[in-house]
Design a protein around this ligand. Structure first.
Ligand SMILES: [Zn+2]
Length: 318
């Protein structure tokens, strides 16, 4: 059962998944060791994983295999990337970008500061794109960041790789005949999350405010919370229709409103269950043992964030 860094195609450490699926509760020391395995495991997997290209509509594609799902809008104005993936996948990412056409990368948008979305800035900035993000993303990437639930310290990015075009609430771009609308969620998964709407093609990249079909990570160390995550899911629901193609931060990369609704309902359902148990003054360990996620585990509990860890993440915020 215990084979460290045994990874799924989708880039996460299956040893953690199996521990969670077995209902094992980890001591803080063990949990930290497992969490450390997650970050290193994600990097190791990205280093060797091929990048799959999913073509959507109006010259927009999703690249899957380097941390978070990366969207690319291509055209005469150059390539516009939403998220950068992880730097170790540079050879595969270069190959995937070349497969979309010879146009240079002229714009790079970071949906938030996490390494599996912004670490690739470290090489992509050499191509000279304008790098756009919420102001908190730049702030987080400028200094060392400790993520307690991953027991990990993230180094800052070099100055040249930092986003330079920053905004607080909303930012617009008009490129390749497409209107891009970038909007801040407020604190949600972190304190730096934005969604990116491609208006005419009706495609929304949610960043990590939506993990399709899997329990999400919530980063309390940098401003995330369960309530912020639920609010962001509801904001996303209000912005999409049955026609919208939704690109989640993680999970199956081409999604829709029904799957987003299921994700929001899962968050709200587990929040209610955990809050009710915490109100009875039950310990975290007892709450995990009571399996407040049970109704959702078969669908959402099969990935990097297992039922026990997700219960802890909800417990922290209710
Ligand atoms: Zn994230």
């Amino acid at each position: 059962m215990k084979s460290p860094h045994r990874l799924s195609r989708r880039g996460f450490c299956l040893c953690c998944v199996s521990a969670a699926a077995a209902g094992a509760w980890l001591t803080p020391r063990q949990a930290n060791a497992e969490a450390l395995g997650i970050v290193e495991g994600i990097k190791a997997e990205a280093a060797k994983s091929p990048i799959a290209i999913h073509r959507l509509r109006d010259n927009i594609s999703v690249l899957e295999g380097s941390g978070g799902n990366v969207a690319v809008l291509n055209g005469p104005d150059g390539k516009v990337m939403v998220d950068a993936g992880i730097a170790v996948s540079r050879p595969q990412m270069e190959k995937a970008l070349a497969a979309l056409g010879p146009e240079p990368v002229t714009h790079l948008i970071n949906t938030h500061w996490h390494f599996d979305h912004a670490n690739g800035n470290g090489w992509l900035h050499e191509l000279g794109p304008e790098i756009v993000a919420h102001q908190n993303t730049a702030k987080r990437l400028t200094t060392m960041q400790r993520v307690e639930d991953w027991a990990y310290d993230f180094e800052p990015l070099p100055a040249a790789a930092l986003p330079k075009v920053l905004f607080a609430d909303e930012h617009g771009l008009q490129l390749n005949g497409t209107t891009l609308n970038l909007r801040y969620f407020g604190p949600a998964h972190t304190d730096s999350d934005i969604g990116v709407s491609f208006v005419e093609p009706d495609i929304l990249h949610t960043g990590d405010t939506f993990w399709n079909g899997v329990y999400p990570f919530i980063d309390y160390s940098t401003g995330g919370s369960i309530d912020g995550s639920i609010r962001a899911a509801e904001t996303n629901l209000a912005r999409v229709t049955e026609h919208t193609i939704i690109i989640p931060g993680h999970g199956r990369p081409v999604s829709n409103r029904a799957e987003l609704q299921a994700f929001r309902d899962m968050l709200a359902g587990i929040r209610a269950n955990v809050a009710a148990l915490k109100k009875q003054k039950m310990s975290l360990e007892a709450i995990v043992a009571a399996k407040p996620t049970a109704a959702y585990d078969a669908i959402f509990g099969q990935f990097v964030i297992g039922p026990a860890l997700f219960t802890k993440l909800v417990y922290e915020g209710v």
